[in-house]
Design a protein around this ligand. Structure first.
Ligand code: AMP
Ligand code: TRP
Length: 328
């Protein structure tokens, strides 16, 4: 089996966009790949976190992944902070990188352009991400479009290391989902659905009250044309709803267009609201189960137990090659 790895940041409440763009694809990969998934809690520290909230968000995120169908028997699921090798290899990656290449990363540049005060962590963020990946030598790294650049930097750093010392790292490939990679805000369908959206009505949260989520679908912005067809340029609202519908139902967009020929937006939205409602109901039921007792703690401990020897072995190899190790 080929290996796949990804990290998810425990910041904020999980949205339907996260589910369609990240959680659902991960779950579909778990039968085909040897998967490592970790909660990137070290990365979350690049912005100030309220400790209580960080703890809650971390638990919720893990619970939602498990509730949505991630199987800890198939996937090694762990906390980044539990495997200390991440931070240590991160330092070597920082030393291997140049100021210029980090400066070009859009995540940093966008923030810098806004003139916000920026922590040093944001700047070196990609070198820690490179370490996260390279410790496990995966072939593939599924990420959102915005993270592709960081995986490419990881390849550059891996290649630099391999040339400077000797062949050590696999060059990982970013894997960006084609459908559902960008679910839009329901009230402002030219903007990405995001937990930071100001208008709560445009964003569905996985732990939203089910009736509220249905209302959000029913009041989604559409257009006055009255026909259900996929045309993101001219009909961003309906196109976004079609994409959500297709992703959740497993039907293709052309199939759905065909099915709703002549139907009104109300009928279409009502059907979609039922589907979204059913998804949330199922996930929330499982969420209640997985948050009982010490289930999550046990999974994380077991995940760290499985991930640590893999990470340790890579770090030991690196430290031998670069001259840090002087005795065995
Ligand atoms: P974030 O919540 O922005 O840290 O993103 C976590 C994961 O969810 C990343 O893989 C994102 O690409 C994905 N994601 C976030 N928002 C959306 C969205 N509106 N549509 C599709 N995927 C998303
Ligand atoms: N930077 C990623 C994000 O913001 C999270 C992340 C951290 C990650 N380390 C990673 C993703 C390693 C993939 C591989 O979403």
């Amino acid at each position: 089996m080929e290996r796949m790895l990804s990290g998810i940041k425990p910041t904020g409440r999980v949205t339907l966009g996260n589910y369609i763009g990240a959680i659902k694809p991960f779950i579909s990969y778990q039968d085909e790949y040897e998967m490592f998934i970790f909660i990137a809690n070290l990365h979350s520290m690049t912005i100030t976190q309220e400790p209580k909230e960080l703890r809650k968000n971390t638990r919720d995120l893990i619970a939602i992944y498990l509730a949505a169908g991630l199987d800890p028997e198939k996937v090694t699921l762990f906390l980044q902070s539990d495997v200390h090798e991440h931070a240590q290899l991160g330092w070597y990656m920082t030393c291997l990188s140049g100021m210029g290449e980090l400066y070009r990363m859009t995540q940093y540049k966008d923030k810098a352009a806004k003139g916000e005060s920026i922590g040093t962590g944001i700047y070196v963020y990609p070198t820690l991400m490179a370490a996260d990946i390279l410790l496990y030598n995966p072939q593939y790294v599924p990420v959102g479009e915005d993270q592709k650049q960081h995986v490419e930097l990881t390849r550059d750093l891996a290649d630099r290391f391999n040339r400077r010392y000797s062949e050590t790292f696999v060059l990982p490939e970013p894997l960006v989902a084609k459908v559902g990679g960008r679910i839009m805000d329901l009230q402002n369908p030219t903007k990405k659905m995001s937990k930071s959206s100001s208008d709560g009505k445009g964003c569905i949260y996985i732990l939203d009250d089910v009736n509220l989520s249905k209302k959000k679908i029913m009041s989604a912005v559409t257009d006055s044309e009255g026909s259900i067809r996929f045309d993101p340029e001219n009909k961003p609202g309906i196109s976004n709803l079609l994409e959500i519908y297709a992703s959740l139902s497993g039907r293709t967009i052309p199939e759905l267009e065909q099915r709703y020929v002549g139907a009104g937006y109300g009928t279409f939205k009502k059907d979609l609201a039922e589907i979204v409602g059913q998804y949330l109901t199922d996930i929330q039921t499982r969420y209640k189960e997985v948050t009982q007792g010490s289930y999550i703690d046990d999974i994380l401990k077991e995940g760290a137990r499985k991930a640590t020897p893999v990470a340790r072995k890579t770090l030991a190899k690196v430290e031998r090659k670069i001259g840090i190790t002087i005795y065995k």
